[in-house]
Design a protein around this ligand. Structure first.
Ligand code: ADP
Length: 449
């Protein structure tokens, strides 16, 4: 196994990766911006290197600084976490050119899936059903009109290089098309450096259901059940659960086997997630994430498999030690993303934390770098903790989750704990009866005046 791994990330995920390394006897190198000098991932790592000032482009996205940190410390592998450089094919290439293992897929697979247009075409050829839409990229307005006539309204214009819920525009009728087409292109060019756009049918009440996989890079791929991530605000996930209240064992097995078989054909390496919109019993592929995801702990909770440990084993020698026959989903797990933001207006709320008490007890996991006295910096994502609760069934899980949320103290900065608590009193949520647009309606009707 590697003797030293550099973690090119921050916050709860850096800590998460450190923990897996520590259990495996691997030394860790933390990198950090000047804003994160006192962060928990830096405190716990064996070594740490400051890689730049607070803005991410100068630190966590600064490839030369990260490579220098790896060389100076003699790290044998780099784990990119999620976000930042995790889906940057050029970074994966540079890491491997330096004789350092990249803990993730090959650069070619990152590139293939990073462009959503080529990703859709490729997975369709591999036998995965995709969401109906344009035949590839849409280069000009004439093409947009003819494709729109075929797809029908409402439709969604999407940036090929989009991510993080950005770069999407709903078009309700033909008279909106020309304006939406030019703004989506301009925004995509500005935000992602690539103005390629494509079109999809806009699904009105689907669920977001994604399949977790692990591949050994040598043609063996296992599937680990699904996560239901339909509770979203502005296309960003807020709460995830496994299994999905909407799937039965046969549907789960069928889609899982299909995904694993498709990715085995390309000898996919590492952890990956294949995302679908699920409506009227049909799965429609939207994209694949070629990395560990924020919500991976719900899968860990129901399968008992440490995904980061498997990532490390695969990157080292391709030797993942799980086989499909041994993977079963046991009980139910739910993750609440705890964000440093106002629960109803969602205004960011960085600042010093003086009161901090995480919940505990049976079936409760908190992944967070928070501690009393910590100052949440204003420069990064607002996710400050993940509360992951497990029960023998969904009801037990929900009762435990409500109790854990009640125990959770974060102050005086604002957090969205109150929003999660409100969900625990909603009949539709408790019944598992929701879809991707449901949470925004819930917030609109529940937020205090
Ligand atoms: P990103 O990479 O930005 O996360 P995705 O393609 O994964 O973008 O989509 C994110 C979310 O946007 C989905 O979970 C869903 O809520 C919404 N979405 C994407 N495509 C469609 C579609 N065709 N119809 C309706 N909603 C969609």
């Amino acid at each position: 196994m590697f003797s030293k791994v550099l973690i090119a990330n921050r916050g709860e995920i850096a800590l998460r990766i450190h923990r897996a390394c520590r259990e495996m006897g691997i030394e860790t190198v933390a990198v950090h911006s000047t804003a994160d000098a006192r962060a928990m991932h830096v405190r716990l790592a064996d070594e740490s290197v400051c890689i730049g000032p607070p803005p991410a482009r100068d630190s966590y996205l600064n490839i030369p600084a990260i490579m220098a940190a790896a060389e100076i410390t003699g790290a044998e592998a780099i784990h990119p976490g999620y976000g930042f450089l995790s889906e940057n094919a050029e970074f994966a290439e540079i890491v491997e050119e330096h004789g350092i293992a990249f803990i993730g897929p090959t650069a070619a697979h990152i590139r293939l899936m990073g462009d959503k247009v080529t990703a859709k075409q490729s997975v369709a050829e591999l036998g995965i059903p995709v969401v109906p839409g344009s035949d590839g990229a849409v280069a000009d307005l004439a093409r947009a009109r003819s494709e729109a006539a075929r797809i029908g309204y409402p439709l969604l214009l999407k940036a090929a290089a989009g991510g993080g819920g950005r770069g999407m525009k709903v078009v309700h009728a033909e008279d909106e098309l020309a304006g939406a087409f030019s703004t989506t292109r301009a925004e995509a060019g500005a935000a992602f450096g690539d103005d390629t756009v494509y079109m999809e049918r806009y699904l009105e009440r689907p669920r977001h259901i994604e399949i977790q996989v692990l591949g050994d890079g040598q043609g063996r791929v296992v599937h680990m059940g699904e996560r239901d991530c339909s509770l979203q605000r502005r296309h960003q996930k807020i709460l995830e659960e496994s299994p999905s209240p909407a799937l039965n064992a046969d549907a789960r097995e069928a889609i899982g086997a299909r995904v694993a078989e498709a990715l085995a054909k390309i000898s996919y390496r590492g952890a990956g997630t294949v995302e679908f919109l699920y409506e009227n019993g049909a799965f429609n592929f939207i994209e694949m994430n070629t990395r560990l995801q924020v919500e991976h702990p719900v899968t860990e909770a129901v399968t008992g498999i440490d995904l980061v440990r498997q990532q490390l084993r695969i990157a080292h020698s391709g030797a993942m030690d799980v086989v499909q026959e041994d993977i079963s989903l046991d009980g139910h797990a739910i993750e609440c993303r705890i964000n440093a933001e106002h629960p109803w207006t969602h205004a960011p709320s960085p600042g010093r934390l003086t009161d901090y008490h995480p919940p505990g007890g049976l079936g409760v996991r908190v992944d967070s770098g928070l501690y009393a006295g910590y100052e949440v910096p204003p420069h990064y994502d607002s996710l400050i903790a993940k509360l992951v609760v497990q029960g023998r069934n969904r009801n037990e899980c929900l009762m435990r989750l409500r109790r854990a949320l009640e125990e959770f103290v974060i102050g005086p900065i604002a957090s969205n704990i109150e929003l999660h608590l409100a969900l625990m009193n909603d009949a539709a949520f408790l019944d598992g009866d929701y879809h991707i647009h449901w949470l925004e309606d819930f917030i609109a009707r529940t937020a205090p005046e």
